[in-house]
Design a binder for this molecule. Sequence first.
Ligand code: UT7
Length: 319
Amino acid sequence: MIYSRIVATGAYLPARVVRNDEFAQRLDTTDSWIRERTGIVERRIADASQGSSDLALEASRAALAAAQLAPGDIDLIIVATSTPDFVFPSTACLLQAKLGAKGCPAFDVQAVCSGFIYGLATADSFIRGGTVRRALVVGTEVFSRIMDWNDRATCVLFGDGAGAVVLAADSAPGIHASALHADGSYASALSVPGNVSGGRIVGSPYLQMQGNQVFKMAVKVLDEVARETLSAAGMKVGDIDWLIPHQANVRILEATARKLGLPLERLVVTVDHHGNTSAASVPLALDECVRSGRIRTGHRVLMEGVGGGFTWGAVLATM
Ligand code: UT7
């Protein structure tokens, strides 16, 4: 039996730190509102010269270095992003070229904040199918580019960054189980409802969100998909060492942990210093925990995504 295992992680955060006070200086908001309603204290914002592929490149290099692999050792590249450099080619192809690799399949996954989970489950299927030995899965976003910086209800929530993992074939899991879902009837709850047509933007290039609706839906599906994934693996909540949900809002994270009956000490929270980095949030959090030694080899980690589409999913892995 072939399984896939996360053998290394990497991350990149842009240098510029934006604290809540910066918003309070020019918008009708306060540091305390943002902290109390979201848990966010600061986020990183990319330089104008940096695209998603640039952030992905730094995170990928860190993951490859940790895996002691060269770009040419990778058989598959999947990039999860909703803020690609271009309409096409895919950010995955741009990343492949920047890494100096050639030939392996490379494609983007567009599942918004669930994108990394979708990418991880997809790479796991390729490895279990036997056609791929090593895969690079990256979540990378520059959500700062799709913010209306005058809309206090959205612009304070998001940040930029990238996280990456190297997955490799192994005789033992690794990834035990995954579950992916979508319900397109909720498309308007969270969207950037614009496109490029005839040389101009048709619709809106800015993120729009029904915050309350998204909040309720997130808590419901994060609980359901955690239970579904644990059940598929024949495990219980007590069997996991760490829960890494998509980092959207500390109130969503804590409500999810409480619903599952998981002690808060086992909940990973990075939204306070990353903000919501969409597809990058789970691999950024994973890398931070691996590098700090909190998550170690043998630990069981349940990772979860939820976001626009609506999409949601989870992957349960032994590190
Ligand atoms: O990545 C996945 C997608 N995103 C999410 O999962 C986000 C999910 N939603 C949320 O995290 C929360 O719904 C928000 C943080 C977006 C909003 O928190 P809330 O507790 O649901 O607040 P609300 O939308 O009910 O707004 C309460 C009030 C409103 O004022 P009124 O109508 O009561 O007078 C808002 O206009 O707070 C106001 N408000 C703000 N006030 C100060 C909204 N944004 C701000 C702000 N500063 N930045």
